[in-house]
Design a protein around this ligand. Structure first.
Ligand SMILES: C[S@@+](CC[C@H](N)C(=O)[O-])C[C@H]1O[C@@H](n2cnc3c(N)ncnc32)[C@H](O)[C@@H]1O
Length: 221
């Protein structure tokens, strides 16, 4: 599915979100920077897709950034865009080709929802984190106000699949998007899953009224 839409993915992201996606990624990068020692550190961006978060992390945090995704066409687009110091590696998020305790921070933006098991994904992200490291999960979530939920619901389930289908040429990808978000845990449920996966100090912040949320958690040992 991601191979089919790779060529139009960025344009659609920015268009369908009115560029709000860029603000969300910058906020993630700022939060990640706050967690890193001042000298930099290492960040793994899992399910990096076309590399927008990897690049923003690189620019904002000054860390050594590695991006990984299992979809080669998405990675090819990333390779043409991101800074040459960012390493891009093709791999499955559920079997990352890194040893335990390799990174200071692991990020995943709009990726966790797509994994066949959220629990296994979280556990794999935790495995490659150094003790004291942090995970940052950016995902669509549940708007907190009922009014925003209904307005956004109409946009997300009707208008977005129509526009996304026409522009990308893949109707299924943009009906999959709201369906997969509908199945994904809300803010509190995801925080609980993260705690069950062994993360401590789990917090989340709502972005744009809870349309998306950024969850963070630490690995104690
Ligand atoms: C919605 S895109 C998000 C891309 C990017 N993180 C962003 O913020 O735009 C989801 C990405 O997850 C990747 N993905 C889905 N399942 C994966 C898996 N099991 N292993 C690695 N990547 C995966 C897809 O290839 C796709 O690039």
């Amino acid at each position: 599915m991601f191979s089919n839409i790779a060529g139009r993915y960025d344009v659609l992201n920015h268009l369908l979100s009115a560029n709000v996606d860029k603000r969300w990624r910058r906020l993630v990068a700022r939060r990640v920077k706050d967690k890193l020692a001042s000298g930099g550190g290492s960040v793994l961006d899992v399910a990096c897709g076309t590399g927008d978060l990897s690049q923003t992390l690189f620019e904002v945090s000054g860390a050594r950034v590695v991006g990984t995704d299992f979809c080669r066409p998405m990675l090819k687009i990333a390779a043409g865009k991101v800074h040459s110091d960012i390493r891009l590696i093709e791999s499955d998020a559920l079997r990352l080709p890194f040893s335990d305790r390799s990174f200071d921070v692991v990020t995943i933006a709009f990726g966790l929802r797509n994994l066949s098991s959220v629990e296994e994904g979280l556990s794999e992200l935790r495995r490659v984190l150094k003790p004291g490291g942090w995970v940052a999960v950016l995902e669509f979530s549940k708007p907190s106000s009922r009014i925003l939920r209904s307005i956004f619901g109409v946009y997300f389930t009707r208008l977005l699949p129509l526009m996304g289908g026409i522009i990308s040429g893949s109707k299924s990808a943009y009906t999959y998007l709201p369906a997969s978000v509908g199945r994904f845990p809300d803010q509190l449920e995801l925080a609980t899953l993260m705690e069950r996966a062994g993360f401590g100090q789990v917090t989340y912040e709502n972005l744009t009224g809870g349309i998306a949320a950024l969850h963070m958690g630490s690995k104690a040992e």
